[in-house]
Design a protein around this ligand. Structure first.
Ligand SMILES: NC(=O)c1ccc[n+]([C@@H]2O[C@H](COP(=O)([O-])OP(=O)(O)OC[C@H]3O[C@@H](n4cnc5c(N)ncnc54)[C@H](O)[C@@H]3O)[C@@H](O)[C@H]2O)c1
Length: 310
């Protein structure tokens, strides 16, 4: 049985613990904050039982019994084949954490970071074991959204990327190879493009935020649950993608000449869009809605499992 070390037991760390535990790995979880360590086991158990109810985990109790919360970072990485760092998104924290991880973990252990937007070269350059470090960026929550972007620094070894990819596939995740460091990796660049246009349309009063959300939830997003934008446009013209481009290129060129300016993200501008949204949920309401979202995502994952790909 293989063991993973989860470093940082917040939203993402606890979800990663679920991913590895349900795939038969032993999981050691560490967080420097007492209350996070105290809560982690119950959060992970809860999410495993939720999945079991939908047939996505065979034996939630057996999986849960493989998870332990440990008192130190050194214990978390002792004897593990893989570490998934999921601490705060701050460069100084990542630099210090990776310094400690590289000092404590055995040479063969791969060190992956969940960072959303900090490239590995910024926090691994001076490490003796820098060739075994990479970014393994998940989507929230990784136990329900399997894609994981693997992006190494220029000095990350090919073997590290290959082993990380094999590990991720073996625990049911879907690795994507990001071939060179780029700010935001792939997923957040796509998200940024969509959000920037969404904020612009709402700021300009073209559409309400609610109708904009409907356009995605009841339109674009339905197809995106099982196919990407390239596959989507391939079916939007009788002769595929080249045909699609020929038909619509003049519109895309016009759009590009009128693309949203950086000013969309000026404080006064984004605050106008937030005011148009107008809702102010409490932290408790956000927790409730997150649970509802996770339940629907789990049902979608169960549905996808029963479908064949084309
Ligand atoms: N939330 C998301 O949507 C999302 C998605 C993908 C990736 N990520 C990335 O995952 C990482 C964790 O994000 P999160 O949303 O779980 O944040 P979070 O605030 O929920 O969790 C962070 C955890 O790190 C702990 N921590 C604090 N100092 C630490 C230290 N020095 N060493 C180790 N742990 C420490 C905190 O106690 C907390 O439990 C970040 O790098 C983030 O960018 C987040």
């Amino acid at each position: 049985m293989q063991t993973v070390g989860i470093v940082g037991a917040g939203l993402i760390g606890c979800s990663w613990a679920n991913v590895f535990a349900r795939s038969g790995w032993r999981v050691k979880v560490w967080d420097p904050v007492d209350s996070q360590r105290a809560a982690a086991l119950s959060i992970i158990g809860h999410s495993l039982r939720d999945l079991a109810a939908l047939g996505l985990v065979e034996d939630a109790e057996a999986a849960h019994s493989q998870v332990s919360v440990v008192a130190t970072l050194e214990e978390a990485v002792d004897g593990v084949s893989y570490v998934q760092e999921s601490g705060p998104e701050r460069l100084d924290v990542k630099i210090e954490l990776f310094r400690r991880l590289d000092g404590a973990a055995a040479p063969g252990t791969i060190l992956g970071s969940s960072t959303s937007a900090i490239v590995a070269s910024k926090f691994t350059e001076s490490l003796a074991g820098r060739s075994r470090c990479l970014v393994a960026h998940p989507v929230n929550p990784p136990h329900l959204a399997p894609v994981v972007e693997l992006c190494g620094a220029p000095w990350t070894s090919i073997e590290t990327k290959q082993r990380a990819s094999t590990i991720m596939q073996s625990v049911g995740q879907v690795p994507v190879d990001v071939r060179r460091e780029v700010d935001g990796f792939v997923l957040n660049r796509l998200q940024a493009a969509l959000l920037t246009e969404a904020f612009r349309l709402v700021q300009d009063g073209v559409v309400s935020p609610e109708d904009l959300d409907r356009t995605v939830a009841d339109g674009l997003g339905l197809r995106w649950a099982f196919m990407g934008p390239f596959e989507t446009i391939e079916l939007n013209a009788p002769n595929g993608i080249a045909d699609y481009c020929e038909r619509y290129v003049s519109w895309f060129r016009r759009y590009q000449a009128d693309a949203p300016p950086a000013a969309v993200w000026d404080d006064a501008s984004w605050q106008r869009a937030v005011a148009a949204w107008g809702k102010h949920p409490s932290a408790a309401e956000i927790v409730q809605k997150t649970a509802w979202r996770n339940h629907r995502l789990a049902a979608l994952a169960a549905h996808k499992k029963t479908q064949s790909s084309f």
